[in-house]
Design a protein around this ligand. Structure first.
Ligand SMILES: NC(=O)c1ccc[n+]([C@@H]2O[C@H](COP(=O)([O-])OP(=O)(O)OC[C@H]3O[C@@H](n4cnc5c(N)ncnc54)[C@H](O)[C@@H]3O)[C@@H](O)[C@H]2O)c1
Length: 455
């Protein structure tokens, strides 16, 4: 495989020429003046819906990064993106784009932040990699495993830095929980529970707008559908709520697999491997013709080497939202908002701050010494900060593209097994389904012309 970068970015050029004359790889700001333009990572942002503004806000706070371009195919969203960025910098330097390819053609842009719906992940990410940009890309890595494989290839072939929006890896409780498991402190791992949400969440408050109508003038609906199958415009399945229809998204299962399975894999040391079989256990699946047709309740079991069984479930009371590892000598549970628990008193700090009868702060993850934790996991100073640091150092981020790929695979295989209502055997090395042609076809999807999946 060709690992030579196809293009040299402005930042790589600065880094390599600095190294050649004996400077450290990161050009010190004193060379250019504090945060001079030439010492900043120039960035373009794609997609100004739910996650785009959140990521952008983080990058706007970093002085060594400058957002110089914004791209969206909804004119209102695009205006809001450009106004927000230029308002933050108090200048007019961030330019507006409708066509992502025009942004990729700009040689003065080092990095991109991608927060477009899942149907677009692969094409935009591959274009970014091929044009020599480093990429902060959202989870799940893509809408299908074939697309994920193509993104991984493009990122590797073009030596790009990749950070996935699986930001839980930059939070202390998730890292310490995974570290405790990785260091064998709950014994041999037997079971892992990955608890995800159920139902549909009306993020855009358009759940009652289920009629076919002409698309609004501000939206380029033809491009919005992109490589997916053309379907009539229905407001309830476009902005934000696209994830509840299988034409564009993958329901709660694929929306969340890149978070809690990502953490599960971290503790299991499975960032480069995966299950050997995925079994369907239960699913409540609306009719395929429903506007929101993704599974509302679901459960699968993924079998891993070492006889480890992972339960992936949404809407099942016995599987709590978050990640739980169960070993021969105890359990660890982690979730958002710092949630952390263990069956072993010595593996938690019990704080129990109370307001009256109510516990307002419960157990916390303990900071264990190097005598106990022999294998430390990657610790960042913030997920977005980690991306910028790695763009400069050319070292892997905490969630490189291969990790994102493997974190999402159990979700994709679960969905295939639920749809076919049969077990799927998977070769985690060859990354192929074994002995099932129909399921193998579901590893990819047809692309609507003129779009093509080309790594
Ligand atoms: N990391 C997290 O915690 C987290 C949270 C929410 C969403 N996400 C991910 O972020 C991504 C975006 O989700 P969202 O909820 O923000 O979606 P959204 O629908 O709210 O926003 C997507 C935006 O992308 C634009 N867009 C669509 N196609 C485009 C194209 N070809 N070029 C330019 N712009 C295009 C849309 O017009 C819209 O403004 C998804 O992959 C989702 O899974 C991650």
């Amino acid at each position: 495989m060709n690992r030579t970068p196809r293009t040299t970015s402005r930042r790589q050029f600065l880094a390599s020429s600095a190294a050649a004359i004996g400077f450290p790889t990161i050009v010190p700001s004193s060379v250019f003046g504090q945060n001079a333009p030439s010492n900043r990572i120039t960035m373009a942002i794609f997609g100004w819906g739910m996650m785009g503004p959140s990521n952008t806000n983080k990058f706007l706070q970093e002085a060594d990064c400058q957002i110089v371009a914004a791209c969206d195919i909804d004119k209102n969203h695009l205006k809001s993106a450009v106004d927000t960025v230029n308002g933050a910098y108090k200048n007019q330097d961030c330019k507006a784009y409708h066509d992502f390819r025009e942004v990729m053609a700009r040689k003065d842009i080092d990095a991109v932040m991608l927060a477009v719906p899942d149907n677009w992940h692969a094409i935009v990410a591959i274009a970014a990699a091929k044009s020599g940009k480093d990429i902060y890309g959202e989870k799940p890595l893509a809408r299908t495993i074939r697309e994920q494989q193509a993104i991984v290839k493009a990122v590797q072939d073009n030596n790009r830095i990749w950070q996935t929006g699986s930001w839980q890896r930059s939070e202390d409780n998730f890292r310490i929980g995974a570290e405790i498991v990785r260091n064998g402190l709950i014994g041999k791992l037997n079971r892992v529970e990955v608890g995800l949400p159920a139902g549909h969440n009306d993020f855009a408050k358009t759940g009652d707008k289920t009629q076919i109508t002409p698309p609004p003038a501000e939206l380029d609906y033809e491009v919005w559908i992109g490589p997916a199958a053309m379907e009539p415009y229905i407001e309830a399945r476009v902005h934000k709520n696209w994830r509840w229809n299988y034409n564009i998204g993958g329901g709660q299962l694929l929306d969340w697999i890149g978070h809690h399975c990502d953490i599960a894999h971290w503790g299991m040391d499975c960032d480069r491997s995966g299950p050997t079989e995925v079994k369907p256990i239960q699913v409540d699946m609306p009719a395929r013709t429903d506007v929101w047709n993704t599974a509302t309740k679901y459960r699968t079991e993924a079998l891993y080497a070492g006889d480890i069984i992972m339960t992936i479930a949404g809407g099942h009371d016995d599987i709590r939202m978050g990640t739980k590892w169960i070993g021969t000598e105890g359990t660890i549970y982690v979730n958002r908002n710092g949630a952390y628990d263990s069956s072993n008193p010595e593996l938690k700090q019990i704080i129990q701050k109370r307001e009256g009868d109510k516990v307002v702060e419960a157990a916390k993850a303990p900071k264990l010494g190097d005598d106990i934790i022999k294998t430390r996991l990657y610790e960042t100073k913030g997920h977005h900060r980690n991306f910028l640091d790695c763009v400069k150092s050319r070292q892997p981020t905490v969630t490189p593209v291969e990790t994102a790929h493997h974190s999402a695979i159990p979700g994709h295989l679960s969905l295939i097994s639920l749809m076919l209502n049969r077990s799927i055997k998977w070769d985690p090395t060859k990354e192929e389904i074994i002995g099932d042609e129909e399921a193998t076809k579901m590893l990819g999807r047809e692309y609507r012309a003129p779009w093509k999946l080309e790594a």
